[in-house]
Design a protein around this ligand. Structure first.
Ligand SMILES: C[S@@+](CC[C@H](N)C(=O)[O-])C[C@H]1O[C@@H](n2cnc3c(N)ncnc32)[C@H](O)[C@@H]1O
Length: 363
């Protein structure tokens, strides 16, 4: 909490200067609307174009009902692939959709109804996101302050208006664009596949992932409804982001609504220290990654000159108990966290307190 508060205070001073300016992110040439679950590369776009041409040719000789049949078959196949990913957060059995609409499209989210045939439970989408948490309007669970803080609409409003920028001043975070460049190498094995931006907040990385055209599916996931609402608004304002193959999901990192071994990459920016149980979160990430799938995360490590602070270790215990946030005292702790959760090939890059780590699921 102390670190979260320190970041918050630094953020407030940045906010005043930022409020009058608009946050902008560089806009790489977008690659839009190409094949689902295929690399968005030139070769895949050729493949996709071929199949689109086939449908067009078919439509020139076929009747309207035949054309509709082809289109429905195509959509049904896509939906089938998508449904191999989403799982009930209770039992992890695959979810079933009654709708023929594309599941992973921002505009289809409000119509989405997903059922678990084992738990006999229904999960629905609202205007902005699919809610796959174990909460209802009548039952909500109180999380530690480090999680609850981010559910405040004010915090989601301030997040890209100074709050996140303060991480650079306080902790040496290079900033979203540079962090994205840094992680690209780690993400190479996942190119063309699915990526989850876990604890995406307002979606600053989800938008970069979507714009990059490197992934066939981007899931922006967070526990905070307010963050997801702000994330949705930013996406809607940016015409360079394709709203196909992009979906916003509300979920708890410790109970991820995805099938085991189904996802190619998970990114968690500046979030490990906010999760109520980092080991429960990383274990879930390890479960959903396919063999060879990649985990990339950033957080901060309080070492170097800070190691001389007396009683730092018991102190962080107390801070953790009160705030629910986690302070890492060495990057070795992060390495242990990954290996405890079954991930291998740990690497890390440091810049002052900032650390970017990567690990992968064994083949
Ligand atoms: C500091 S923000 C990080 C945002 C962003 N990824 C970035 O790099 O700036 C931490 C995020 O973790 C989310 N979070 C906290 N507890 C969570 C949980 N149990 N499950 C999923 N996300 C959680 C918060 O809602 C918040 O949006």
């Amino acid at each position: 909490m102390a670190t979260t508060m320190a970041m918050a205070m630094a953020a407030v001073s940045m906010v005043a200067s930022r409020l009058s300016t608009t946050t902008t992110t560089p806009t790489p040439t977008p690659t839009r609307g190409l094949g689902l679950f295929k690399p968005l590369s030139s070769s895949s776009s050729c493949r996709h174009r071929n199949s689109a041409t086939k449908i067009l040719r078919a439509s020139s000789v076929a009747t309207d009902s035949e054309t509709n049949y082809y289109l429905n078959q195509n959509q049904a196949a896509k939906n089938h692939n998508q449904l191999q990913l989403l799982a009930c957060p209770i039992c992890h059995d695959l979810l079933i959709s009654n709708s023929a609409d594309p599941l992973f499209s921002l505009d289809a989210t409000p119509m989405s109804i997903l059922n678990c045939s084992t738990c006999k439970k229904t999960y629905t989408g609202n205007q902005t996101h699919l809610d796959l948490t174990l909460t209802t309007t009548n039952y909500t669970q109180l999380n530690p302050p480090s999680s609850e803080l981010f559910r405040l609409p004010l915090v989601s409003f301030l997040y890209e208006r100074g709050w996140r920028q303060a991480f650079s001043i306080w902790g040496g975070f290079p900033g979203p664009e540079k962090e994205f460049e840094m992680m690209k190498d780690y993400l190479k094995p996942a190119i063309g596949g699915s990526i989850i931006d876990a604890s995406c907040a307002t979606g600053l990385f989800s938008r970069l992932f979507a714009k990059s055209g490197l992934f066939s599916l981007v899931v922006a996931l967070d526990f905070s409804e307010a963050m997801l609402k702000q994330c949705y608004d930013y996406i809607k304002q940016d015409e360079n982001i394709s709203q196909e193959n992009l979906v916003l999901v509300r979920a708890d990192i410790a109970r991820l609504p995805f099938a085991s071994s189904s996802i190619d990459a998970v990114h968690a920016g500046a979030a490990l220290h906010c999760w109520p149980s980092p080991s429960a979160g990383v274990a879930e990430i390890s479960r959903i990654l396919r063999p060879g799938g990649v985990f990339v995360a950033t957080t901060y490590v309080v070492d170097g000159p800070y190691s001389f602070i007396p009683f730092l270790s018991p102190l962080r215990q107390n801070i953790g108990q009160i705030s629910g946030s986690h302070i890492y005292l060495s990057d070795g702790e992060l390495k242990d966290l990954c290996s405890t959760c079954g991930l291998v090939d740990y690497t890390c890059v440091r810049n002052r307190r900032f650390v970017m780590i990567s690990a992968r699921k064994p083949n």
